[in-house]
Ligand binder design. Structure first.
Ligand code: ADE
Length: 223
């Protein structure tokens, strides 16, 4: 998969060079390219924002630099996403859908947002990462890239774990323990040491259902 990220703050994306996403990039499982929108501005001061028509607070990212930036990366099979708190909330189901795309273009907004003509002309969907407002779309873009990258083939070692992880089957994941079996008097539940896989599966399913009912009853309703 190829991902193009369009931003006014290209230095924000250093975290994508770390850990699992960094390794996926190095191994060629995912290609991530960061484009500085400012380099496309035809303004003599490389200005990329201006006041909103109709008045109001703040600044809007202007149409020309973004138009040229999107045009420079857009291909026939591109899926273009604008990260905005006004978008549809990102879910694991949406991430599963996005992992099938060949080319994602992520537009990071700033200030009071981007000129609507970019959205109307280019954008396939608007995505929010949650009901809170951030200073820009850079962190949301990284959240989206991370969530998609880990689902690509051969990025994680144990793809089996997808079956049980949180949100698979609309359930939160059961509690996990590792060695030692006892630490500062706190014991790992006996069933997990029993070697009885039927009992372990039963315990895990019960724990998942209990946790989901307590914390996210909304997920049970969608089952
Ligand atoms: N930009 C600012 N806040 C955002 C959010 N919650 N999701 C996506 N993009 C954003």
């Amino acid at each position: 998969m190829k991902i193009d990220i369009l931003t006014l703050f290209p230095n924000s994306f250093a975290p994508l060079n770390e850990s699992i996403v960094g390794r996926a990039k190095d191994n060629g499982k995912i290609e991530i390219s960061i484009t500085d929108i400012r380099t496309f501005s035809k303004d003599k001061h490389k200005k990329c924002d201006d006041t909103p028509y109709g008045g109001g607070e703040g600044m809007v990212m202007t149409v020309q630099p973004l138009w040229d930036a999107v045009s420079s990366v857009k291909k026939r099979n591109s899926h273009i996403i604008y990260l905005t708190p006004k978008g549809e909330t990102l879910t694991q189901q949406k991430v599963e859908e996005l992992k099938e795309k060949k080319h994602l273009v992520l537009i990071c907004g700033h200030y009071e947002g981007i000129d609507q003509r970019i959205i109307d002309h280019f954008v396939d969907e608007e995505i929010s990462i949650g009901d809170y407002v951030l200073t820009g779309g850079e962190l949301p873009a990284m959240v989206l890239v991370d969530a998609v990258a880990r689902l690509l083939p051969n990025v994680l070692h144990n793809e089996e774990s997808f079956k049980n992880e949180t949100f698979a089957n609309s359930l939160l994941e059961y509690p996990q323990y590792s060695k030692p079996a006892e630490f500062k008097g706190m014991k790992v539940p006996d069933v997990l040491l029993s070697g009885n896989h039927q009992e372990i599966d039963k315990w895990r399913k019960e724990q998942s259902e209990k946790l989901t009912a307590e914390r996210r009853p909304d997920l049970l309703k969608t089952k």
